[in-house]
Design a protein around this ligand. Structure first.
Ligand code: MG
Length: 249
């Protein structure tokens, strides 16, 4: 069931969004060679709790971390570990969520640790651009298919692959609400977008193959060919003034 949000509810969600974005930025600034992914997790949790928020991922369906930290070929849902250290040249996808006054913010960014190869840099740039292209279609009267089409088109033009098994979602008092927001589709297809719809748009791209494998921990999802992947996400509200980014400082 889709739960539309009133303007005052969207305003309340901006606070959860702001704190999610702050945690994401600070974790990004903290990434350096030798730091463990558990230290990045602790950093996010500290930022979120210092302003009275609750890490949205902690305990979600039993997830042990405050963030998802997915490195290189791991696409999403990496569990932070105290025995995994970031290396120069890694691409590090960080997904943070904060709950404030019962509302959730959810966003993600893939960071490069130091220098990375040009083709991987291109993957990161294209995936982020796809997210913005999708967001630009999140306007009243458009359809979910317009968002998915814009994202998929961006991947195809650059010859990257869309992970279709994983999708964006509605956001509200629950982190994952209806509707599902696929990163593919046909323009004009699917649910019509209306004022008050709040969704997370989150393209996940790989370089050559969209085949995935589930890690033994039951959470992490990796590219089967072990090539790098990228993931970018923002929570946005659809308003009569256009898409409003909620996960921003
Ligand atoms: Mg999400």
């Amino acid at each position: 069931m889709i739960k539309l949000k009133s303007p005052s509810q969207i305003q309340a969600m901006e606070e959860a969004g702001r704190l999610s974005a702050k945690a994401l930025r600070i974790v990004g600034e903290t990434i350096e060679p030798g730091i463990s992914t558990m230290e990045l997790d602790a950093c996010a949790e500290r930022v979120i709790r210092s302003e009275g928020g609750i890490p949205a991922f902690k305990g979600y369906d039993g997830f042990p971390g405050s963030i998802c930290c997915s490195i290189n070929d791991m696409i999403v849902h990496g569990i932070p570990r105290d025995d995994y250290f970031v290396h120069e040249g890694d691409v590090v996808s960080i997904d943070t969520g904060a709950i404030v006054d019962g509302w959730v913010g959810d966003n993600a960014q893939t960071y490069a640790c130091g220098e990375i190869p040009n083709d991987v840099k291109h993957l990161l740039e294209v995936t982020e651009q796809a997210m913005w292209n999708g967001i630009s279609q999140a306007i009243v009267g458009n359809h979910l298919g317009d968002i998915g089409h814009a994202v998929e088109r961006t991947a195809k033009d650059a010859k990257f692959k869309v992970i279709k098994y994983l999708v964006g979602h509605g956001v509200g008092r629950d982190m994952h609400e209806d509707p599902m927001v696929p990163n593919y589709g046909k323009a004009g297809d699917g649910l019509q977008l209306v004022e008050g719809l709040v969704i997370a748009i989150e393209p996940m791209f790989t370089m050559k193959s969209a085949k995935m494998v589930q890690c033994k921990d039951g959470w992490g999802i990796k590219a089967k060919d072990h090539r790098p992947s990228a993931h970018f996400e923002r929570t946005i509200a659809i308003t009569t003034d256009g898409p409003k980014i909620l996960t921003k400082e």
